[in-house]
Design a protein around this ligand. Sequence first.
Ligand SMILES: *[C@@H]1O[C@H](CO)[C@@H](O)[C@H](O)[C@H]1NC(C)=O
Ligand SMILES: *[C@@H]1O[C@H](CO)[C@@H](O)[C@H](O)[C@H]1NC(C)=O
Ligand SMILES: *[C@@H]1O[C@H](CO)[C@@H](O)[C@H](O)[C@H]1NC(C)=O
Ligand SMILES: *[C@@H]1O[C@H](CO)[C@@H](O)[C@H](O)[C@H]1NC(C)=O
Ligand SMILES: *[C@@H]1O[C@H](CO)[C@@H](O)[C@H](O)[C@H]1NC(C)=O
Length: 378
Amino acid sequence: MRSLRFVSGLVVAVLLYARLATTWASEDEPIIAADINGNLIINSSSVTSATRLLFNGVDVLNALTELREICSGCSPQTPPSPTPAPSTTAPTVSPEAVVYSSNVGCSPSGVPPNATHILGHLDLYYCTNLTAQDLQALQNIVHVSGHVHIYYNGLLAHLNGLGNLTSIGTYVLVSDNNALSNLDGLSRLTAINGHFQVANNVALATLNGLSNLISVGDFLQINVNANLESVHGLANLATVGGDFLVISNGALQNVNGLDKLTFVGGSLLISGNVGLKNVDGLGSLSSIGGYLRVQSNVGLTNVDGLSQLTIVGPYIRVQENSHLTSLEGLYGITSVGTYVQICSNSLLNISAVQRELGDLGVPGHTCQTFTTGFFCPC
Ligand SMILES: *[C@@H]1O[C@H](CO)[C@@H](O)[C@H](O)[C@H]1NC(C)=O
Ligand SMILES: *[C@@H]1O[C@H](CO)[C@@H](O)[C@H](O)[C@H]1NC(C)=O
Ligand SMILES: *[C@@H]1O[C@H](CO)[C@@H](O)[C@H](O)[C@H]1NC(C)=O
Ligand SMILES: *[C@@H]1O[C@H](CO)[C@@H](O)[C@H](O)[C@H]1NC(C)=O
Ligand SMILES: *[C@@H]1O[C@H](CO)[C@@H](O)[C@H](O)[C@H]1NC(C)=O
């Protein structure tokens, strides 16, 4: 907590300085100063965007960025304050549509049985008594214009009552539902316009219900589902507009079933999945808009599944995969934004990898000064 407060204090100082910088001296110089309010301002030099701010050797800004990446969309621990119904209307509301214009909460039975469209949010969180049976009240719903929250519903075992739901206007969060064993009820869902997060559902074993999902507009995050063994259910997923994050799913052995996925608009992060043996399921993926990071997957021996990948955004980092012996799966990459960072993979022959990937980075990138080639220290 103390360090958190320290870091946030630091962020405030840095942000404050960033504002002051527009009015202060035009010189780009490192600076430690106090302003008239007594705020401590620390600025490293701004010679390049990669300039670091080190505290006892820790690159704090970088560490903060990483935490944010890893935690993007972490499940909230307290109920959010009620949000007003979105003003957006359903894209195509047919004449037969029966519209319910309100948010729906823990008592779905308030929705008229003939309603087909919810113009509002479906907010099922901390519904301690909510059972799968209660969701039957929503069985005719085909569209929710706002977001769908399904979290901290301890009794909810399945979502079959959402069996006609086809599209969702904004984002979906399914997290911390201890009894939820499958998502079969979402089998008509074809599009989620916003992000989709499936997190910390201890009983969830498959994603089979998502077999009609074709696109996720923003990020897709599958994290900390302790018993999730496969992502086969995503067999029709073709695009993820934002980041695709697969983090700390201890039982996940492979990512088979993602054969249709060709494009990830954001970054691809595969991290902390201790049972993951390979990434063969990503065999169609040809381009990633953001970075590629493969980190702390202790069972991973190769990344052959990424052999169709040719374009990666800002950087590649492969780190702390203690059984990784080959990176040949990355040798087809022809373009990366700035650098390649391969470190702490104890079984990997780094010189062999450097020979293949070492000329991908951009000459002149500052991290070169720390090491040879275009490899950067982690
Ligand atoms: C302070 O740092 C910011 C961010 O790196 C930079 O934009 C700004 O020019 C810096 N100002 C000075 C005076 O160094
Ligand atoms: C839907 O059901 C409500 C009662 O719950 C009724 O008032 C309304 O007329 C019905 N609408 C249609 C289109 O059937
Ligand atoms: C759940 O049920 C219990 C017992 O019937 C009741 O006391 C409680 O108010 C209910 N909670 C909610 C959130 O409906
Ligand atoms: C979908 O809607 C139809 C028509 O209203 C209904 O008969 C059917 O039971 C619903 N299907 C599911 C899976 O809820
Ligand atoms: C590592 O790879 C280099 C370059 O391919 C090779 O010369 C060297 O023998 C390899 N080292 C080991 C320990 O396999």
